[in-house]
Design a protein around this ligand. Structure first.
Ligand SMILES: [Zn+2]
Length: 82
């Protein structure tokens, strides 16, 4: 199956399928989803770099998480991908 491209930026891979209140269906990447959601909610997004963050756990073991920001209608979420 071919990798689908985001409808808005035509650059990134599709991460999320959004149904709008107009009954349309959109295929978006996380970045464009966030831009759209922020506009809809009337909030200004703080710059946040999706990427790998390290946290020190017990016994000084480092844990790496891939973290991305997701704007939901109820607020801003951060998802640890792994
Ligand atoms: Zn996009």
């Amino acid at each position: 199956m071919a990798i689908k491209q985001c409808q808005m930026c035509r650059k990134n891979e599709v991460d999320i399928y959004v149904d709008t209140s107009q009954g349309e269906s959109m295929e978006l990447c996380w970045e464009c989803n966030n831009q759209l959601a922020a506009k809809y909610l009337g909030i200004t997004l703080e710059p946040f770099r999706n990427g790998i963050y390290e946290f020190a756990g017990i016994r000084k073991r480092n844990h790496k998480f891939m973290i991305r920001k997701i704007i939901h209608p109820v607020g801003i979420g951060y998802q640890a991908v792994y």
